[in-house]
Design a protein around this ligand. Structure first.
Ligand code: CTP
Length: 225
């Protein structure tokens, strides 16, 4: 199968020396890409700035901003069977990027932000989508409720929810603990483990779900003929 995986944070420039970003390390997305390539799949990895070497044989597309990630994902989604959007995309970007370094303006400094485009939502809302769509939900509270809402709102097939409130799992950590929510209401939990082990389970689940989805489509096409 062909996998598209997004990973890492995005950087939204304020001026030539400053940006808005987040603490995503990219480890979960890179682990998924590595497991998928080792399982014999083709992988395009679209990553924001991270300190990780890309796994061998993975096609890496390095991006920086949410807009660049949006463009790269849309350029490659239709050639994919499974799209896994693991990146921590900035929700807002500065309304204006100063071409020169901003000087300390005084006591207070207000920065106007404008929303970025939602990459996951934009794929989920496409009626012609032929690929399995997986999103991640990084939450600090009411993890499963918030994740279930994202599954519905962004119209994905699977949401992988993780609690990022603990220092021992989630962002920056090597370990993670996730709950997988499926569109049909089914839920599965993977208890705390190294991200590479979690990635192995996730890739199995994504591959099975994609196979089921494609089988169902083939049956529908055959029945129509
Ligand atoms: N996502 C995206 N594009 C954005 C923001 C998020 O594709 N502009 C994707 C992420 O890659 C992830 C999912 O949406 O798969 C959920 O991201 P998250 O940051 O948890 O949720 P948000 O939609 O940003 O909502 P909130 O910050 O309010 O929790």
């Amino acid at each position: 199968m062909k996998f598209l995986v997004t990973a890492g944070p995005t950087r939204e420039p304020i001026d030539p020396v400053r940006y808005i970003s987040n603490r995503s390390s990219g480890k979960m997305g890179f682990a998924i890409a590595e497991v998928a390539i080792n399982a014999g799949h083709e992988v395009i990895l679209i990553s924001g700035p991270v300190n990780l070497a890309p796994p061998c044989d993975v096609t890496l597309i390095a991006v920086s901003t949410a807009d660049e990630m949006f463009g790269a994902v849309h350029a490659h989604a239709d050639e994919s069977d499974v799209c896994v959007l693991c990146a921590a995309v900035a929700d807002y970007k500065p309304a204006n990027v100063s071409p020169m370094k901003i000087k300390k303006p005084g006591e207070k400094f207000l920065l106007e932000l404008t929303p970025t485009r939602d990459i996951l939502g934009s794929l989920g809302n496409r009626r012609d989508r032929q690929f399995l769509l997986v999103g991640f939900a990084a939450e600090t509270n009411e993890v499963e409720e918030n994740a279930a809402k994202k599954l519905r709102d962004k119209n994905c097939d699977i949401i992988v929810a993780n609690d990022v409130s603990s220092v021992n799992s989630g962002m920056e950590s090597d370990a993670n603990e996730v709950t997988i929510l499926f569109k049909n209401g089914e839920r599965r939990r993977i208890s705390r483990a190294q991200k590479k082990i979690i990635a192995r389970e996730l890739v199995k689940i994504f591959t099975n779900s994609a196979t089921k989805m494609f089988d169902k489509k083939n049956v529908m096409i055959t029945e129509r003929n």
